[in-house]
Design a protein around this ligand. Structure first.
Ligand SMILES: NC(=O)c1ccc[n+]([C@@H]2O[C@H](COP(=O)([O-])OP(=O)(O)OC[C@H]3O[C@@H](n4cnc5c(N)ncnc54)[C@H](O)[C@@H]3O)[C@@H](O)[C@H]2O)c1
Ligand SMILES: [Zn+2]
Ligand SMILES: [Zn+2]
Length: 364
């Protein structure tokens, strides 16, 4: 079938073109995309910081309507509304344990542009095109493995706001609710109040943290952070963030999450902890953080530094919970969103990089 997609042939560029998409194979579904979020990991692929084979279709926060169901798919039918999420193999030890975020095949399924059988589903003039995250949602249609399509009971006018539940929001909220599991009354700090960080702030409020601190350098983001869950905000450009957090928490925070992607902030996120605290790195920094003083910051303080993919989520379980939080008004992700027509995809990327828009969403 012919469809329109934003295709990247050369590093850093994309253009809207006509391509050919296959029929579904076993265990796959064809989904008509109604909206697609722009995540920073798309830029990392497009800029070849992550070396995805080109040509490629990026986009991994699609939502839409199931159009066709492959052999062996259970639990999904034509017409179902779905939030698409990250791929996992379903058969490795970690997938079987319900930890698809730690799938042994994660790197190849996220970044090779191929599906589980090693082949691609989109073509143009006889050439295969990569689908980022086994999805490639900057397109009218996608084929995904049924594991990556989460059926939700949401009207289309709400569904378009929920794209980033598939990646960015799942990452931020999951870091809190699945990994840190903060006790009510504890303190939690979020470094970087973008899409991932804002979701972490919302989740900290849901978890009942009593001191929730958002750190950023953009005043408008700090204002929004206070609206969505932060009890305090710190402008890292104006004050020494670590000293300020230690002051606000009377000696250091129980938990911190690095969501800025700035390597040096991992050190701050570790330094602001109290004894026994835990820091989760949720961002993709692309650079090594050197000079972490292991003894004073980790060993002596009995502190933990952890990494986490996709918020430690099992999406088929976690995304419906997030949808419920949204319906109850506890996860106001609509406040992060600005809509763009699909044809304005370059502007959406530009506004995301410029810090103008937290979560650009393309509409089809
Ligand atoms: N672990 C995962 O599975 C996963 C999933 C999705 C995204 N990510 C990564 O998470 C990171 C955050 O994504 P996002 O979409 O929220 O990005 P974003 O750009 O929207 O957010 C980053 C925020 O950091 C702030 N910032 C910049 N410099 C700062 C400083 N010196 N001090 C404090 N704040 C500063 C920016 O103003 C911005 O608000 C990215 O690295 C992205 O690639 C990881
Ligand atoms: Zn697996
Ligand atoms: Zn993402």
């Amino acid at each position: 079938m012919k469809m329109t997609a934003a295709v990247t042939h050369e590093k850093g560029k994309l253009s809207i073109e006509t391509v050919e998409i296959d029929a579904t194979k076993a265990s796959e579904v064809l989904v008509r995309i109604i909206a697609s979020g722009v995540c920073h990991t798309d830029s990392a692929g497009m800029e070849q910081i992550i070396p995805v084979a080109l040509p490629a279709i990026f986009g991994h926060e699609g939502v839409g309507i199931v159009e066709e169901v492959g052999i062996g798919v259970e639990g999904l039918k034509k017409g179902d509304r779905v939030i698409l999420t990250f791929p996992s193999c379903g058969t490795c030890r970690f997938c079987v344990e319900g930890k698809p975020y730690a799938c042994e095949h994660l790197n190849e399924l996220f970044f090779n542009g191929t599906y589980k059988d090693g082949t691609k589903r989109v073509h143009q003039n006889g050439q295969d095109i990569s689908s980022f995250f086994g999805q490639g949602a900057f397109a009218e249609y996608v084929i995904v493995d049924a594991r990556n399509a989460v059926k939700v009971d949401v009207a289309d006018e709400d569904l378009v706001y929920l794209c980033s539940l598939g990646c960015g929001v799942q990452t931020g909220a999951g870091s809190v609710l699945n990994r840190l599991k903060p006790e009510p009354g504890s303190s939690l700090v979020v470094f970087g109040c973008g899409g991932v960080g804002m979701a972490a702030l919302m989740a900290a409020k849901i978890a009942g943290c009593s001191t929730i601190i958002g750190v950023d350098v953009v005043p408008s983001r700090l204002e929004l952070a206070l609206e969505v869950g932060a009890t305090h905000v710190v402008n890292g450009k104006e004050v020494d963030a670590v000293q300020e957090i230690i002051r606000l928490t009377n000696g250091g925070a129980n938990y911190s999450i690095e969501c800025s992607g700035i390597p040096a902030l991992t050190l701050q996120a570790l330094s602001c902890l109290c004894r026994g605290g835990t820091c989760v790195v949720a961002s993709v920094t692309g650079e090594a953080v050197v000079g972490i003083p292991i003894e004073p910051l980790l060993m002596n303080k009995s502190a933990t530094l952890a990494g986490l993919t996709e918020g430690g989520a099992n999406p088929q379980v976690f995304i419906p919970k997030l949808v419920q939080f949204y319906k109850e008004g506890k996860l106001p992700v609509d406040k992060l969103v600005k809509f763009y027509d699909f044809k304005d995809i370059e502007k959406a990327f530009h506004d995301s990089h410029a810090g103008v828009t937290i979560k650009p969403i393309l509409r089809f």
